[in-house]
Design a protein. Structure first.
Length: 356
């Protein structure tokens, strides 16, 4: 009888070991105060006292990249989705007033390809660098029969901390407050099932010149990674200027901003107060997507919404602009019907929006 090996079954232990060796320098480059030990243990240790906390509350988040992965695989561009993976988690932490401390990833594939996997994890390390958190570990799973040879899936897990008295949203959010919007870098990592459905109605492929962005391909433009807002938002929070923040992901502004508003409040948003990137107008026109659906599916140009007091608006805008963000004053908070839940009301929404 022929003696079978794990490699005969489709799993290459040596390739996995080679990947660990290849990514160790990437992980070491993300280390920060509080990290104890390095890659290779059965778990990662973190010292909150060494990170500077006195009365910390832990905040955790987990997410993926969704079907944007399909486009990345088809286009052969793998590094950006690693940044996306980190962004989707750490942006969810910072809106609760938490500083991201460390990150772990899960990478599953049908056949481990060293360069492909290293590119993905290099992107994860870059995302961690942008967020100021440490890549402390992860899991690589080679799963023949579950995934096709070139396919892979990703999941991310991040833990942050906030001082107990610094959690967001603050209890004083209410009528009169102002809503600021931070520009997104593009579609980010939500709505790609619809993006891909729209692409299927055209003759465009991932390597075709993009009709909505000059000098780049469809794949490169759509794979622009999710913007990581951690450092400027934390700076605003530490300056005592931030009352609430909402990461604009699936559900858009209308679905995410109410999550940080108190009962009986309405966020009135002016659709003409910012200019969505051309990709959103192209998606709406090509797919025949109505404005209400665009707002429900995509970020439509606003990746993060911030609530500040009216007296702090100019100071907040100056701080955020100085940190490299593109900021728009997109709305304000009003009192709604007594006993009603929080909601968003979008005004000046023309039938052609988000086209100019």
């Amino acid at each position: 009888m022929t003696s079978l090996t794990y490699r005969d079954a489709g799993v290459d232990i040596e390739a996995g070991d080679a990947l660990v060796d290849a990514i160790k320098p990437l992980a070491r480059a993300t280390t920060r105060p509080g990290v104890m030990g390095g890659l290779g243990g059965f778990g990662a240790l973190f010292d909150l006292k060494a990170a500077g906390y006195t009365d910390p509350v832990l905040v955790s988040a987990t997410d993926g990249v969704g079907t944007k992965l399909r486009l990345a695989i088809d286009a052969g561009h793998h590094d950006a989705v690693g940044i996306d993976l980190v962004a989707m988690c750490v942006n969810d932490l910072v809106v609760q007033g938490a500083e991201p401390l460390f990150f772990l990833d899960y990478f599953a594939t049908g056949k481990l390809q060293l360069e492909q996997a290293r590119a993905v994890i290099a992107g994860i390390a870059e995302g961690c660098r942008q967020a100021g958190c440490a890549l402390v570990g992860g899991e690589t799973a080679e799963m023949p029969g579950m995934y096709a040879k070139d396919d892979y899936d990703l999941a991310g897990f991040s833990v942050g901390a906030a001082e107990r008295d610094g959690l967001l949203p603050r209890p004083d959010v209410g009528p009169g407050d102002v809503v600021l919007g931070l520009a997104s870098s593009g579609v980010h990592s939500n709505g790609f099932s619809l993006v891909r459905r729209i692409l299927d109605t055209t003759n465009l492929g991932p390597r075709t010149p993009a009709p909505f962005a000059t000098g780049t391909t469809v794949g490169q433009a759509l794979l622009e990674p999710t913007r990581i807002y951690v450092k400027p938002v934390l700076e605003l929070h530490k300056a005592k200027l931030l009352k609430a923040a909402a990461h604009i992901t699936g559900g858009g502004l209308v679905g995410n901003l109410p999550r940080v508003l108190p009962q009986g409040c309405v966020a009135v948003v002016d659709a003409t107060s910012w200019t969505p990137a051309p990709v959103f107008a192209w998606l709406a026109q090509t797919g025949g997507v109505v404005p209400e659906e665009m707002l429900r599916v995509f970020n439509c140009g606003i990746g993060m919404a911030l609530v500040v007091a009216p007296d702090d608006v100019e100071t907040a805008i100056a701080l955020l602009t100085g940190a490299g963000e593109s900021v728009s004053r997109i709305g304000h908070i009003e009192a709604g019907t007594e006993g009603a839940g929080p909601e968003v009301r979008v005004e000046n929404l023309s039938p052609r929006w988000p086209a100019a």
